[in-house]
Design a protein around this ligand. Structure first.
Ligand code: ADP
Ligand code: MG
Ligand code: ZN
Length: 474
């Protein structure tokens, strides 16, 4: 391709406060429409906003986690526009004096190298309500209006849809770690607008950007950006120009559609919010928030790599979720080898979590129970395949591995004479294959091992089976 892709993201994350940003209404998701509302968040005349200090604390924590410089003074501003879900006729946001600036989020590229993506700014703003359209008409639900958000704006530093996805994933992993946002993309509390443009390779001057609004999954982000890169490429190749505009992604059709021609900042007639004082945060306050910061994913990855000699890749997967990392470290502290523990987590455990769309906190097998199962394999009491069956059984009931193995008689057969009997049977029942094997078709070994394992109901020790077969077949 002769073009270089340029991408910048604007991410909105709902802060995990119990009450809204400027009133005491609940932020609880899924409440009856318009049940979490009051005169303030529905913009009644004569009401005044009161700033939620928890929202400020969470926003500062978020900014610090992205290595931002937190401003000692920031200013709330009115962003004016008219829309049914915005009862005041303006949104309280921050404009030319945001909460924090100049951060960095580091991402891993596909070849394992690290790349720093600049964070331009982090600011506080309130969410709008929600318009709902169905067959009977159009409705507005104000439960969401006034819910606190942070907006995290990146520099145009990403050079492919994949980098944009890595950035968004990393951002979510950090937010999850510092517990300032629920990061539930299905419930809409983490979403992003993606800005994308093309320029000729080697050029220094960015092309005209298009903004794709409200992407609420990693897959949609990737698809929308890929579609848009393709669309812009075709336009430029045909000698046309790109119009600056806002587009919407249609996830069913897999394409973007024009929503509106781009508005300029002055269309919003920003001005300082007269009902709120400047937000003053002194160094003491900022340091206090900083000192309560948990270990962040990058530091965790570093520590897992050195402490447990994990590969970069393994350490990254495990450190991306702090609860998963805690589960992992519990497994290791129960006496299992670090690499073996990591393998179990990345294969069996993560498979189940993905299938069930659950987090490790909802996983039914405790780290202690899982370590008992893995120990049975290590001690040769059961083989790897049986262990997977036992694992599946443990998922469904509350039984531990020992019980399941005993109840179902799954203990591995170690006894050589017992295994030898089965081997003899298999050899006796397949004279043709034995002949072929002896005349050089040695890859039939797999067939013999398989038959023996099958006859033993998967319980024979595979090493012993192999050894006996080799001896008998010569
Ligand atoms: P606007 O005022 O239109 O919102 P901003 O300068 O605030 O534009 O940038 C919004 C987002 O768009 C940022 O994430 C920024 O990195 C990104 N961006 C800016 N210019 C470009 C460009 N030419 N191509 C791609 N992304 C861009
Ligand atoms: Mg913007
Ligand atoms: Zn309210």
């Amino acid at each position: 391709m002769k073009y270089e892709v340029v991408i910048g993201l604007e991410v909105h994350a709902q802060l995990l406060t119990n009450s809204k940003m400027f009133c005491s209404c609940s932020t609880k998701y899924g409440a009856l429409p318009n049940s979490n509302v009051c005169p303030v968040c529905t913009g009644q005349p004569g009401t005044l906003p009161v700033l939620n200090s928890k929202a400020v604390e969470y926003a500062v924590r978020t900014a610090l986690a992205f290595n931002c410089k937190v401003n000692h003074q920031s200013i709330f501003a009115r962003k004016n526009y008219f829309y049914p879900d915005l009862p005041k006729g303006y949104q309280i946001s921050q404009y030319d004096e945001p909460l924090a600036v100049q951060g960095i989020i580091s991402i891993s590229l596909s070849d394992g190298a690290q790349k720093s993506i600049g964070v331009t700014r982090v600011h506080l703003e309130e969410d709008a309500g929600k318009n709902i359209h169905d067959d009977h008409g159009s409705y507005v639900d104000f439960n969401r209006s006034g819910v606190p958000l942070v907006e995290i704006v990146s520099e145009p530093d990403m050079r492919s849809p994949q980098e944009a996805v890595s950035y968004f994933k990393k951002l979510r992993s950090i937010l999850g770690c510092i517990e300032t946002s629920g990061c539930n993309m299905e419930e809409g509390n983490l979403r992003c607008d993606a800005n994308v443009s093309l320029m000729l390779k080697g050029s220094k001057k960015f092309g005209t950007k298009v903004e794709i609004k409200n992407l609420n999954s990693f897959r949609f982000l990737e698809k929308a950006l890929s579609y848009e890169v393709q669309r812009q490429t075709e336009l430029l190749d045909a000698g046309k120009t790109i119009e600056q505009e806002t587009r919407l992604f249609d996830s069913v059709k897999g394409l973007t559609k024009s929503m509106r021609k781009k508005e300029e900042a002055n269309d919003y007639r920003y001005f300082p919010e007269p009902d709120l004082a400047p937000l003053i945060l002194d160094e003491n306050y900022i340091n206090k928030v900083r000192s309560s910061m948990p270990e962040l994913p990058d530091a965790k990855k570093e520590r897992l790599t050195t402490r447990y000699s994990l590969s970069d890749y393994d350490a990254e997967v495990i450190s991306s979720d702090k609860d998963l990392a805690a589960y992992y470290e519990d497994l290791v502290s129960n006496g299992l080898e670090p690499k073996l523990s990591s393998n179990w987590i990345q294969t069996e455990v993560m498979r189940v979590l993905n299938e069930r769309k659950q987090g490790i906190l909802e996983f039914p097998i405790s780290s202690k129970s899982l370590s008992e199962l893995i120990k049975l394999v290590k001690e040769g009491k059961i083989n790897q395949n049986t262990a997977k069956d036992v694992f599946n059984e443990m998922l469904n009931g509350g039984k531990n591995a020992d019980q399941i193995v005993a109840d179902k008689g799954l203990s591995q057969i170690q006894d050589e004479s017992e295994i030898e009997k089965i081997v003899d049977q298999v050899i006796a029942s397949s004279p043709e294959q034995v002949q072929q094997y002896k005349s050089g078709k040695t890859n039939l070994m797999g067939h013999f091992v398989g038959s023996v394992m099958k006859q033993s109901k998967g319980k024979a020790n595979p090493q012993v089976v192999n050894a006996i077969l080799k001896k008998k077949l010569g």
